[in-house]
Each structure stands twice: as structure tokens, then as C-alpha cells.
Design a protein around this ligand. Structure first.
Ligand code: HT7
Ligand code: ZN
Length: 899
């Protein structure tokens, strides 16, 4: 299969100035007529290119004209993925430097398009997904982001079936036609690459609102959905207005068109898409109401609506030159949406959630066979590079730039970047250059974060010299080899830190060589730039406890030999909320690993009493607080009470002991539950509320803490708690509480849970069978149950009338949930979990290669398991590899993971 390299990038030989599209939508064949105004790219010195190669696939070419002159089949070559016109000048009426018009008529079959790229049907509506390379399935085009054009789109369709016809920009004309058909023409005044093109046709209803921008322009906001979902749009609309205001206030970015539209579709490969003025969303990321939607999903809707909206500047007004620069828009936009969410809710909880996800999933990716830099050097299939590295690590890279510049200079850098590059297609280097120019900070070495893959390790040791009153931090950095990169140069790592004295107070930080100052800072960002580096602080009167990597100031693995008492100290005394949580996690990890080792040696587990006591202290003060003024941040409390996930514990292991990790974590959780049942019960009761559902941060925090307590209480296996759980399930006035209770009943190993579980699952389906997103929850609840026999249940559910493997949300709810969130069953030593996944990948490879390649991820991590599992996993990868019709997507992932 072909590999595309960044080093081979060449600017386009032709530009497309105008794009006029005409769609004749039909149930069996859709005719697309395009009229493109092209010219030779004048920016290429000596450009005399006469061959025009357009991208295109899966379509039938009906006719081709240049300046009105029809081309015959001898004048061009149609291949699987391209159309090549050998001599443009032979047909153009003037020099191609001055411009020519290419008219092309093609026929496509959206109703047969299961890849969900290009134009396709989702249920009864037509919709598009063009990023990254879907436009080439609609018509022949220069499908690359550095070709930007002004688009005018006319859509013709049956008026009864498709009363709503949408595209980018403004509706400039519409009318009726004979035969019950109608038409609309949309014009988008902003030049854009074709990946931002969108079209929607369907029987849709909408809600509408107005946003007045900072310059007093009124923007019409519309959210289009199927009629049955009209009652689930308000939260997205509120989120959109919050995001629009936030982008004005925090980044100085105003919306540009007069209308902003969102459309919800059921069949969608990812979360949503930022098409100019017409965002298309997976229903799961836009619909929300209290009865059907959990708090987590409410928060996701807010974040995704904001993310797509923010792309209007970071992505659309300033776009990527080529797909190697994907993190330019995605990393920056994830950073922006994370900051938005932090401002809407609790900043430290948001950071905790992001970092847990990054340390679990992105670190695993960085250690696996698909590891790649934030700016990759090569790819076979770009769809495979919409990764956690591009998105999440990319956001961390932007966050580090802000750490190094400080917030004011960072904002100046962002302003300069948008000013300099508005209307352009640029690179991550342009972004860094703007940051440097606006701040005067040298980011030379920092650029390695864009070019080197892998997670750096920081090993820090300390040395206190009582007589000299100096305290030294000796920092060593290293980075493990990754595919194609065996050696790594030192990174520039911002290490935010503080030193705590025995009372938990922060000490003034003066490095040796610096003048003593009465106003010395108590928190600093150290520039770690060498393989080994020493930082000596002076005037330190007693041995301090260092608070390192505050707020997770860099995406690295930190090793410091903290005693458990040090961790307990940080957990309770550090003023940095993130580090308090991180110390609690580190302590829990140490205790779980100890239980695991005892288990592996055949010893009975001894659980460190200090952890049990610390949790008791936290619970007691939480109870006191909830009885009093309720000052404690309940969301942070729930985070503190949550044990590290099996996935995180696995990421930390050299060889993953699947069953041992599960057993050790369960043992600790059960012990905490039994030890503190009374406190959990008090807190559970104190967190009850009769107030109507609200998705504000405080209410979400209260429910999260309540359900965290219930989870511990159900662990006691006491019948009364199972009954209370069942009652919560039945009487819950919102989906968050019902879903939490259902999950607990489904997972409980208690015998008394069995009849309750069966009843609850049946009732749940009965009640929600017409709500597709709720049915997805019902699938995933069952798929992640760690009880034996779950795979058999998953296989039964694959045949359930509500399951459809063609719908990515359904495939994710059942297949992906089982393979990624149910380690003990997926990794069963029989190998049947692996065979199951391989079978699904082979099926999906033909239907939807993007989803097939993504589902494959857990099998690619075979190197982390024991010999027996490695052997079984590799055998399944080889079986997939032997499929003669492997898509490029799946081929790339399989071949790289077997290398
Ligand atoms: N920029 C969007 C990417 C996207 C996508 C990529 C490949 C295949 C399907 C897709 N749907 C959306 C989403 C975003 O990051 O905002
Ligand atoms: Zn994005």
C-alpha cells in the first residue's frame, strides 16, 4: 500500500477559485454537476503544468468539459482513485495561467455508501462527511486542504421527503419544480477547502435562537433534528451560545456568517464535524434531556458543541496546509474546548478528567505500534491519524506553550496567529512562529514535541544539605524508542513545582546563582532542557516535600521516590488540587500493586491501613461538610474516592496481569466499602435532593458523589443496599441516577442481584426501546459486565433487533465496549474474545473501514501481554491480514502492529 510522506509535500499546481455544485438527489442515483474555475498556481515559479490530476473514487463519470469543449475518453484517464486530464491547454480557450472552467458530471449512489464518508444516507436523510478525504467520493476535485475555493451549492430533491435542503453559507435562492421537487441555492462567501463542504437533505425540524455578537451583529442559530428529538436540543443551544460568548471574551474571536446551523444524524463515524456554517453532529453529541441523557453525556454535548464552534477560527478561518498538520487545528481546538469546559465547571476536576484519560489512553498509544509524533512524518490512510496523540497530546503541547509564555503572551501569540494567517492554509511551524514572535520566547528546542513520538520520562531525585540549607532536584529525562525513531533528543519540559514545608506551606523558591529576594515566588516553572539537569534551591531551612509537575504541566511520566507518608501529606496539604488528586492516585496504585504482588506470591492481601484511614478522614470531613455549609468540591471528592482504573493500572505494567489487576483492584475497593460503609451511607443520604434535574456543575457534582457512594455500598453485597440500588433505578427522576443504579446491579456478583438485574434490564429496554441512544447505553452496560458469560451475552445481543453493525454508535456500544472496557472477558485465555473482535473487524472492513480500523486497537497491544495471550492475539491479527480485500485503513493498522 502507498505511504505518503510529509517530506514529499508540494504546493498544488492548480488552484480552484470557484466551485459551483449542483446535486440532483434521488433514491437510486444522484447526479452531481460541478463547475470549477481553475487556474495554474501563480505562486509556483515556472509553473507550466499541463496535466491536471483530480481525486475521485466510487463514482461514474458522465461527461467532462473544459471551457465548453467536451473531452472524449481518449483525453483523460480514469483510475480507481483519480481522473487525469493529460493536456488542459488543448481544450482551454486561453492559457491555463489565466483560468479555465472545468465542468464535470458524475453519478453516485449515496444509499449504498456504508463507509459514511462522502455523501451518504443516515436513516431517511442525505448527509455528508468530507474530512479528511470524503469529498473525492462526491465529485472529482483537488481534495487537499491547501486548495481553497468559494462554494455555491444547489440542491434539488423531492419536496415531501426532503423539505429541508441545507449547505454552507447563506440561502440565496430557492423555488419549486415540477414533479413535486424543489431546489435551494446556498452560497458560502468564505474560501474554504472541500473538507469543510456539507450538504443535508431531509425531513427535519429545528429550534431557533439568536446570538448578538460583540459588534452587535445578530446571528441566527438553528439546530435541526428529527421531529421526535425536538425536546432534546435546548442544552446544545445553550452550550453554543456560551461557547460563542467565551470565544469572544477569551480569544477575541467573533462569528462571521449570519447563520450557524447544527444538524443531528444517527450514523456518523466520529463525534461531530465543523463544516463551515453547517456543523453535522452525531446524535450522541448533540441531543440531551434529563430523562434520556446522563450527566456525562450532557457534559460531552457542551464540550463537543464548543469544540466544533471553536473550529470556525482554529480550523476554518485558518486551516491546515496538509493533513500532517492536523494537530494544528485539532490540538489547538481541544485545548480551547478544555479551557472552556474548565471555565463552565470545576477547573481542577476538568484537569483531572483530562489527565486520567491522557495517561491511560494516549500514553498507551504512544507506547504501541501506531505511535507517531504530534506532527506525523508519514501515513498510509489519514483517517487512522485522528488519534489521541493528534488531539489530546496536541492539546497538551499547546498547553505547554502557554506554560512557557504565560497567559498574556500566549493570548498575544494567538491573536498574531489568527491575524497573520486568516484565510490561509498553514503549518504547526507557523503556529509556533507566531507564538515566538508575539512573546520573544525561544521555542527552538520545544519544537521536538511536534516531531518526536513517545512519552518522556522524568526521573527526579533530591538531596537536602542541612548545613548549606540547599535543596537539590536532580532531573533526568529519557524517552523510549518508538517505531521509526530509536533515538530521542532532549525535550524542553515545563516543570511547574513548589516546595512544601512540614506545615504544608510553600517555600520561597530561589535558585542558586539568583539574588535572594523577599518576594521570591513560591511556585515556579522550571525549564527542563537537558538529559540530566540539577536545580539547587537555596535558603531551605528544613527538608521539604516537593510538589512536582503541578497541574500536569507536561505530558510526561514522573518518577520520584515518594514515601507513602509523603503522598498522604501531599494528598491533604498541597494547595494544588490536581497534585492532591495525583498523590491519592499514586498511593492507591502503590497499594493495589502491593496487593497484586501478594496475590501473585499466593499470600493473602494485607491492605495498608494508612490508605484506609485516609479515605475515612476524607469521608468524615465530607459528611461534616455536607451537613454544614457544603463547601467541599463534591466533584473533586468523587475523583479522590475513585480508584485508578484497570486500564491505567495496565498502562503502568510492563506485562499486564489482566486477572490479577482486576482482582487486586476489586479487593481494595471491597475493603474500602466494608471499612467505611457507614460513612458512605451517610454521604449517600446527604447527597439526595428533591430539586428538579439541573445540569449545572454543582448538581452534577452532587449526583456523581452520590453514585460513587452507592457503588461502594453495593459492593458490601448487603441485600438492603441492593434493594436501595434497585429502588433508585426504579424511582430515579433522571437518567444519570437510573443508569448508575443499573450499572451497579448488572456488575454486582451478589446472588441477590441476579433477579433484580434481569428485571431492571428488561424494564429498561421496554421503557426506552424507541430511544436509540438509550438503547446504546443498554447494550454497553451489558457488554462491560465483568461476570463470566458476558461474551455469550454480547453475541446474543449482536442478533438483537435493535442492533445494527452498520451504525457506528451501536458497534461502539457493544463491540468496542466489550473489547476495551471488559479486560477480564476480552482477554479470556480461551482466546474467544480475540476471535470475536477479529470476526467483527473482518465484517466491518467491507462496510466501514474507518470503524473497522479503530475497533482493532486492543488487538494491536499484544506486546503487553504474556506469551499465551500474545500468541492468540497475533494469530487473530494474521487472520485479518490474510483477508484478500483488506481496506487501506485496516491494512495499515494490522501491518504496523505485526511488524
Ligand atoms: N474535525 C472533525 C474530524 C472528523 C472526522 C475525521 C475522519 C472521519 C470522520 C470524521 N468526522 C469528523 C471532528 C473534530 O475534531 O472536530
Ligand atoms: Zn476537532
Amino acid at each position: 500500500a502507498r505511504t505518503i510522506f510529509l517530506k514529499d509535500y508540494q504546493a498544488p499546481a492548480f488552484l480552484i477559485e470557484k466551485t459551483e455544485l449542483h446535486f440532483d438527489l434521488d433514491e437510486t442515483r444522484t447526479r452531481v454537476t460541478s463547475r470549477l474555475v481553475l487556474r495554474r498556481n501563480p505562486d509556483l515559479a515556472g509553473n507550466v503544468e499541463d496535466t491536471l490530476q483530480l481525486d475521485g473514487q466510487d463514482m461514474v463519470l458522465e461527461s467532462l468539459r473544459i471551457d465548453g469543449n467536451e473531452l472524449s475518453s481518449n483525453d483523460y484517464v480514469v483510475a480507481d482513485e483519480s481522473l487525469t486530464i493529460n493536456s488542459v491547454s488543448a481544450f482551454a480557450s486561453q492559457s491555463p495561467d489565466a483560468g479555465f472552467v472545468l465542468e464535470c458530471v458524475t453519478v453516485i449512489k449515496p444509499q449504498e455508501n456504508t463507509s459514511l464518508e462522502g455523501l451518504y444516507k443516515s436513516r431517511t436523510m442525505f448527509c455528508t462527511q468530507c474530512e479528511a478525504e470524503g469529498f473525492r467520493k462526491i465529485t472529482y476535485y483537488l481534495d487537499r486542504p491547501d486548495v481553497m475555493s468559494v462554494f455555491t451549492t444547489t440542491i434539488v430533491a423531492d419536496k415531501d421527503k426532503y423539505p429541508v435542503l441545507l449547505s454552507n453559507g447563506n440561502d440565496i435562492a430557492h423555488g419549486d419544480l415540477d414533479g413535486g421537487r424543489h431546489w435551494v441555492t446556498w452560497e458560502d462567501p468564505f474560501r474554504k477547502p472541500c473538507y469543510l463542504f456539507a450538504l443535508v437533505a431531509g425531513d427535519l425540524k429545528h429550534i431557533e435562537d439568536t446570538f448578538t455578537t460583540c459588534s452587535q451583529r445578530d446571528i441566527t442559530l438553528r439546530i435541526f433534528v428529527e421531529e421526535k428529538d425536538l425536546d432534546k436540543c435546548d442544552h446544545a443551544m445553550d452550550s453554543l451560545k456560551h461557547a460563542m460568548r467565551w470565544d469572544e471574551e477569551v480569544y477575541g474571536r467573533e462569528y462571521d456568517l449570519d447563520i450557524f446551523m447544527i444538524v443531528a444524524v444517527d450514523d456518523f463515524n466520529m463525534g461531530a464535524m465543523e463544516n463551515k456554517g453547517l456543523n453535522i453532529f452525531n446524535t450522541s453529541c448533540v441531543l440531551a434531556n434529563p430523562a434520556t441523557t446522563t450527566d456525562l453525556a450532557f457534559q460531552r454535548v457542551e464540550a463537543v458543541v464548543a469544540h466544533e464552534y471553536f473550529h470556525n477560527w482554529s480550523g476554518n478561518r485558518v486551516t491546515c496546509r496538509d493533513w500532517f498538520q492536523l494537530s494544528l487545528k485539532e490540538g489547538f481546538t481541544v485545548f480551547r474546548d478544555a479551557e472552556f469546559s474548565a471555565d463552565m465547571g470545576s477547573r481542577s476536576v476538568k484537569r483531572v478528567e483530562n489527565v486520567s484519560f491522557l495517561r491511560t489512553a494516549q500514553f498507551a498509544e504512544d507506547a504501541g505500534p501506531m505511535a507517531h509524533p504530534v506532527r506525523p512524518d508519514s501515513y498510509m490512510e489519514i483517517s487512522n491519524f485522528y488519534t489521541l496523540t493528534i488531539y489530546e497530546k496536541g492539546a497538551e503541547v499547546v498547553r505547554m506553550i502557554r506554560e512557557l509564555l504565560g497567559p498574556e503572551k500566549f493570548r498575544a501569540g494567538s491573536d498574531l496567529y489568527f491575524d497573520r494567517h486568516d484565510g490561509q492554509a498553514v503549518t504547526t511551524e507557523d503556529f509556533v512562529l507566531a507564538m515566538e514572535a508575539a512573546s520573544g520566547v525561544d521555542l527552538g528546542q520545544f519544537r521536538r514535541w511536534y516531531t518526536q513520538a513517545g512519552t518522556p520520562q522524568l526521573k527526579i531525585s533530591d538531596n537536602y544539605d542541612a548545613s548549606a540549607q540547599t535543596y537539590e532536584l536532580l532531573v533526568r529525562q529519557s524517552c523510549p524508542p518508538t517505531p521509526e525513531q530509536s533515538h530521542k533528543d532532549a525535550f524542553h519540559i515545563p516543570l511547574r513545582m513548589s516546595l512544601l514545608n512540614a506545615d504544608g506551606d510553600e517555600l520561597p523558591l530561589v535558585l542558586s546563582g539568583e539574588p535572594a529576594a523577599s518576594d521570591a515566588p513560591t511556585e515556579r516553572v522550571l525549564d527542563v532542557t537537558s538529559d540530566v539537569q540539577s536545580f539547587v534551591f537555596k535558603g531551605v531551612k528544613s527538608r521539604p516535600v516537593p510538589s512536582l509537575l503541578r497541574g500536569f504541566s507536561a505530558p510526561v511520566k514522573l518518577q520520584f521516590d515518594y514515601s507513602r507518608d509523603d503522598l498522604l501529606f501531599i494528598m491533604t496539604r498541597d494547595s494544588d488540587g490536581f497534585n492532591r488528586w495525583s498523590a491519592a492516585q499514586d498511593l492507591a496504585v502503590a497499594v493495589i500493586q502491593e496487593i497484586l504482588q501478594q496475590h501473585q506470591r499466593g499470600q493473602s492481601p494485607g491492605i495498608d491501613k494508612r490508605l484506609l484511614d485516609a479515605v475515612g478522614d476524607i469521608l468524615r470531613s465530607a459528611v461534616a461538610d455536607a451537613r454544614g455549609s457544603g463547601e467541599l468540591d463534591q466533584a473533586m471528592l468523587a475523583q479522590l474516592l475513585s480508584l485508578p482504573s484497570e486500564a491505567y493500572l495496565s498502562e503502568l505494567s510492563n506485562e499486564i496481569d489482566v486477572d490479577g489487576i482486576h482482582w487486586a483492584r476489586e479487593t481494595l475497593a471491597d475493603a474500602l466499602a466494608v471499612e467505611h460503609a457507614e460513612n458512605f451511607a451517610d454521604l449517600y443520604k446527604l447527597c439526595q435532593s428533591d430539586a428538579p434535574y439541573s445540569a449545572d456543575a454543582a448538581s452534577i457534582a452532587r449526583r456523581t458523589l452520590k453514585n460513587c457512594c452507592l457503588a461502594y455500598l453495593v459492593r458490601t453485597q448487603e441485600p438492603r443496599w441492593l434493594e436501595i440500588c434497585y429502588r433508585q433505578f426504579n424511582e430515579a427522576g433522571n437518567m444519570t441516577d437510573a443508569d448508575a443504579a443499573l450499572r451497579l446491579l448488572v456488575n454486582s456478583p451478589a446472588e441477590a442481584a441476579q433477579p433484580l438485574r434481569t428485571q431492571a434490564l428488561n424494564d429498561f429496554y421496554e421503557r426506552w426501546q424507541h430511544e436509540s441512544l438509550v438503547v446504546n447505553q443498554w447494550f454497553s452496560v451489558q457488554a462491560i459486565a465483568s461476570r463470566p458469560g458476558t461474551l455469550a451475552q454480547v453475541k446474543l445481543l449482536m442478533n438483537h433487533k435493535a442492533f445494527d453493525i452498520r451504525n457506528p454508535n451501536k458497534a461502539r456500544a457493544l463491540i468496542s465496549a466489550f473489547c476495551n472496557m471488559n479486560a477480564v472477558n476480552f482477554h479470556a485465555l480461551s482466546g474467544e474474545g480475540y476471535t470475536f473482535l477479529a470476526d467483527q473487524v473482518i465484517t466491518l472492513n467491507r462496510l466501514n473501514p474507518q470503524i473497522a480500523a479503530r475497533l482493532l486497537t486492543p488487538l494491536t497491544r499484544w506486546q503487553k501481554y504474556n506469551q499465551q495471550r500474545q500468541h492468540l492475539m497475533k494469530a487473530e491479527l494474521e487472520r485479518i491480514q490474510a483477508d484478500p480485500e483488506l481496506s487501506r485503513d485496516v491494512y495499515e493498522v494490522v501491518s504496523k502492529s505485526l511488524k
